[in-house]
Design a protein around this ligand. Sequence first.
Ligand SMILES: [Zn+2]
Length: 128
Amino acid sequence: MPTCRHCSSTYGREQFVHGNGPMTQVCVRCAVDTGIISKEDAANMYDDSLGSARLQIMARRYSIFMYIPLLWTLWIIVLSGVKPWGLYFLGLLILLTLLAPVWFIYRGGQYSGDMARLTPAYDRPKGH
Ligand SMILES: [Zn+2]
């Protein structure tokens, strides 16, 4: 993966502008920021709304793995000594923990579809 000359970030080849001289090894965001190309020419640019939409989908996909340790911690601190609710919630937590990976895999197709929908249609120029 190439590195941008301006921001030193590493992206896939499709995130770079094409050309010689000042356009060599410049990512599309830096190219727009420095005025090398206009925003309309940057077909492969992930603008702020697209970026936040993609982040939102990703956060929704992975948030379950943040909630499960949190719920376990809450259970250990608050409910583990309470009878009989501690036991009921322990069963619920075990069920949730076991179902989370299954749900994660099951929703994988939906996630890829959403990400594909939020990826700009862009054909690489020949030779790249
Ligand atoms: Zn850059």
